[in-house]
Design a protein around this ligand. Sequence first.
Ligand SMILES: [Cu+2]
Length: 116
Amino acid sequence: MTGRRTMLLVASAVLATGSLATGCSSGAAQSAPRTVDVEVSDLQFTPSEVAVSVGDTVRWTFDDGGMFHHVEATDHSFDSTIVGEGTFSVTFADAGTHPYACSIHPYMTGTVTVSE
Ligand SMILES: [Cu+2]
């Protein structure tokens, strides 16, 4: 495990993702970075497990009627702080697996897997 990871925290995602890459994971030529959405609603993360490539962004959207939630990586590599609305985005610069949970509702869990 590398202690320090380089990440871009985008408070308010305004990334224009014009293209959806489908089914290309050859790894040789890196396709355009993607943004993968995770919905935070009904006391769960949907989808709870996402797989992305280095350079991709995961964007959580808090939409649970104002209920406060928290996206907190178990390895502390990212932390949304406790919020009730809006979005939280993380761009992953390194490969790795990041389990995360909501500190308020510990049964709310998810995993981001980042591959080269
Ligand atoms: Cu929660």
